[in-house]
Design a protein around this ligand. Structure first.
Ligand code: GDP
Length: 304
């Protein structure tokens, strides 16, 4: 865990940090998936800040690290969610296949319904029959309405149907699953843009959220793939999944810095309740001071 590794490098407070210790610290941060650029900036900052210190403890290093990480993560972290919309709120969920998109849609459905909102799931990933089936299961589990068409249907047409259905049934939120194939990148982004135009035409200000899903376990590589989706503009928030499956929580800061979009939620397991509303402070403290607390304590509380 990160705090223990920092302890190993810094020791328990002797003299000021040596260049060798700073090098070791740099390696620790890169290993934690913070990314080279962020790591360099943080190391430079720590070097500056500790220049005059006679004694420096690992606790002090972690305090400094906390400050630097919060600078990255807390920037522009204004309130999330489509709560103030004259219904239906339209939420797009985008990202490459396998990152946990379908699961996250189920978790979001549960979250919204625990807030008293009625939810409709829209199966616009029409290329994967399995994705449609999977989404239908999540709809059943979360008591959400579900709209699909036959395999290969136009995703924008499914969306149009879903919005009409949500109007007719007076639903509050439409969560839209989208295709995540990468081999026809250009078409995929065009398709997303088309869906956005349809949403905007049908509902004022829609889509109200476009959540980009990023898998924490794919590290810097996942970041490169996620960047593709930024070409289809309008991503409003990032959801980082599978944080329970990695000790490299630093990826969250790397994602925030690289994509320049606020992190909204993190996924910490395969179950419906394993979605945490992202709090920069809680996250950084969990990473640096109380490793392990993320996964067990701070789940989104939903009425069961
Ligand atoms: P999709 O292809 O992007 O729709 O991905 P799925 O939703 O089907 O998820 C792919 C796999 O990741 C499944 O086995 C999920 O159970 C798993 N998964 C999704 N989110 C999380 C998470 O936060 N933690 C863990 N451990 N597994 C997750």
């Amino acid at each position: 865990d990160l705090s223990a590794r920092i302890e190993d490098v810094v020791g328990s407070g002797q003299s000021r940090l040596t260049e060798e210790q700073l090098d070791d610290l740099e390696a620790v941060l890169i290993q934690a998936d913070l990314g080279v650029k962020t790591t360099m900036e943080i190391i430079d900052q720590i070097r500056e800040e500790t220049r005059g210190e006679r004694f420096i403890t690992s606790f002090q290093v972690r305090r400094l690290l906390r400050t630097e990480l919060l600078k990255i993560l807390a920037e522009d972290q204004s309130a999330a969610g489509p709560s103030s919309v004259e219904g239906p709120a339209v939420v797009f969920v985008v990202g490459v296949n396998g990152v946990g998109k379908t699961t996250t849609i189920g978790k979001l459905a549960r979250l919204y319904s625990s807030q008293g909102k009625s939810v409709l799931l829209c199966a616009s990933d029409t290329f994967r029959a399995a994705a449609v089936e999977q989404l239908e299961i999540w709809a059943e589990r979360t008591d959400s309405d579900f709209v699909k068409q036959s395999a290969g249907a136009d995703p924008a047409a499914v969306l149009y149907d879903a919005i009409a259905a949500s109007r007719a049934r007076n639903r509050d939120v439409v969560i839209v699953d989208t295709a995540g194939r990468l081999h026809t990148k250009r078409n995929l982004m065009e398709e997303l843009d088309k869906m956005k135009r349809v949403a905007a035409r049908e509902v004022d200000g829609a889509p109200h959220e476009v959540y980009l899903i990023v898998d924490a376990t794919t590290g810097q590589n996942g970041l490169i793939q996620a960047r593709e989706f930024m070409r289809s503009s309008g991503v409003t928030g990032v959801i980082v999944t599978k944080l329970d499956g990695t000790a490299k929580g630093g990826i969250v800061a790397a994602i925030r810095k690289d994509l320049e979009i606020p992190i909204r939620f993190v996924g910490v397991g395969e179950k419906l309740e394993d979605l945490i509303e992202f709090s920069p402070e809680a996250f950084v403290d969990g990473l640096l001071f109380e490793e392990g607390a993320q996964s067990s304590d701070r789940r989104v509380q939903a009425e069961s």
